[in-house]
Design a protein around this ligand. Structure first.
Ligand code: GDP
Ligand code: IMO
Ligand code: MG
Length: 430
């Protein structure tokens, strides 16, 4: 029986998971997403061309690999239709190697309206959601009102859809929220709904499977499977900075419920982290830099959201947070991305502890008010050289090797891959 390997993010998302999954794909028969939805934006750069995936696993560019959207994922047929059409324009026919779980839940157009209504009602306390309908869809799943992909083949589907839509409008009408002016991608809600149903028809033409059986059988047959995480550990519904989180379990445990595989089937767990930190949306971020180095990180790392285009908040690497994520996920190997973004810094700081309530601590407190937590930094020398063309650790400047060694010693897990640019070939194996 093969084990299922996992790649997931250890920070607040956008660690470069998509790129790393694409790099790993040739070693696997199956790549599968297990949670989240089109709030994700996974960027792959192949031969200088950028591709952004939201729902489809990042193995789709390899035609011999099967890609599965697992039961824990939530799907917006409108977004999926656009993704599939964009791939078609690049001569990639996703129907040849994309399978979809019947048990994955659907994001309805009105889930997106609800997301917008809730966020607008929160005012300054808003989550900073991607407005893709994620929270409301998972809410309906948990409260047992949701609609699943497999439901569309039954005659009760239309009445179930109408009932849920009515329920959503009943809620929205209780809010001071004018949805008549809402435009999603330039479409009115009615136009959006029309495209949504077109997306649903397209999904019908795909192979809909019991993905839990498919994946377990594949493992038993000796096939290799890789689970691709979305978001990051610090956005996990249980372990992230609640309530400034997403609505799914983004951690290794989520692989079991999001795919229907037993914990004993989990193999290597690759934790991806950026050589610094970014966060998009609201919530605590102890090492955030609002001044010049923050700007420099944003400009050099091109830190703008792949899904929403929002500028990402930037800061130095946070080791207490990284250690916490490693613990929760049981990370066996670390992948450090965007090391090249630090090329231009004479000095690089790394947070080793926090000062909180007059004490020095090395863990994330239950409740964090930004002004009450102060990071303690260790300053390291920058390498001030261009590393994006380097392909072996022997080429690395000594100060980069020191940076890697320092992190490894602090977290006690080896960094086995360093990514030095967005391209497929820009990886260094240690
Ligand atoms: P994901 O959501 O974790 O897949 O990450 P995103 O795609 O949202 O954001 C990562 C961004 O960094 C994308 O624009 C990638 O093309 C880019 N990227 C990934 N790895 C590297 C790297 O090592 N160096 C640089 N400069 N960019 C990278
Ligand atoms: P990938 O997979 C970065 C953030 C949002 C917001 C919070 C809740 O590309 O790493 P949601 O729409 O899920 O209700 O938003 O989570 N968020 C992400 N941030 N990368 C992502 O995905 C994210 N998905 C959600 O910005 O703060
Ligand atoms: Mg992203």
């Amino acid at each position: 029986m093969e084990k299922i390997d996992v790649i997931l993010g250890l920070q607040w998302g956008d660690e470069g998971k998509g790129k790393i999954v694409d790099v790993f794909t040739p070693k696997y028969d199956i790549i599968t997403r297990f949670q989240g939805g089109p709030n994700a934006g996974h960027t792959l750069e192949i031969n200088g061309k950028k591709h952004i995936l939201h729902t489809i696993p990042s193995g789709i560019f390899h035609k011999n690999t099967t890609n599965i959207i697992g039961n824990g994922v939530i799907i917006d047929p409108y977004v999926l239709l656009n993704e599939i059409n964009e791939l078609k324009e690049k001569n990639i026919d996703a129907s040849r190697n994309l399978l979809i779980s019947k048990k994955a839940h659907l994001i309805l157009p009105t889930h997106r309206l609800l997301d917008a209504a809730y966020e607008s009602a929160m005012g300054e306390r808003k989550i900073g959601s991607t407005l893709k309908g994620i929270g409301p869809t998972y809410t309906d799943k948990i409260s047992r009102k949701g609609i699943r992909v497999g439901d569309m083949n039954y005659d009760y589907f239309q009445s179930k859809y109408e009932a849920l839509k009515k329920n959503h409008f009943d809620i929205i009408n209780r809010y001071d929220f004018d949805y008549s002016n809402i435009c999603i991608d330039g479409l009115t809600i009615e136009e959006y709904e029309k495209k949504w149903f077109e997306g649903l028809e397209m999904i019908k033409s795909f192979q809909l499977i019991d993905s839990e059986t498919y994946i377990n059988k594949s493992l038993a047959e000796g096939k290799s499977v890789l689970a691709e995480g979305a978001q990051g550990t610090l956005l996990d519904i249980d372990f992230g900075s609640y309530p400034y989180v997403t609505s799914s379990n983004t951690v290794t445990a989520g692989v079991c419920s999001g795919l229907g595989v037993p914990p004993t089937s989990i193999g290597n767990i690759y934790g991806v982290f950026k050589a610094y930190c970014t966060r998009v949306g609201s919530g605590p971020f102890p090492t955030e830099l609002s001044d010049e180095p923050g700007e420099k990180l944003r400009n050099n790392g091109y830190e703008y959201g792949a899904t929403t285009g929002r500028p990402r908040r930037c800061g130095w690497l946070d080791l207490p947070a990284l250690k916490y994520s490693i613990m929760i996920n049981g990370v066996s190997n670390l992948v450090m991305t965007k090391a090249d973004v630090l090329d231009v810094f004479e000095q690089i700081s790394v947070c080793t502890h926090y000062q909180f309530n007059g004490e020095t601590i090395d863990y994330l407190p239950f409740y964090v008010k930004e002004e009450e937590i102060k990071p303690f930094y260790r300053d390291l020398s920058g390498w001030l050289s261009k590393i994006s063309d380097m392909r072996t650790p022997d080429d690395f400047p000594p100060h980069l090797l020191d940076y890697i060694k320092f992190i490894e010693e602090q977290v006690n897990v080896p960094i086995t891959i360093v990514s030095v640019g967005p391209g497929r070939d820009q990886v260094v194996y240690k």
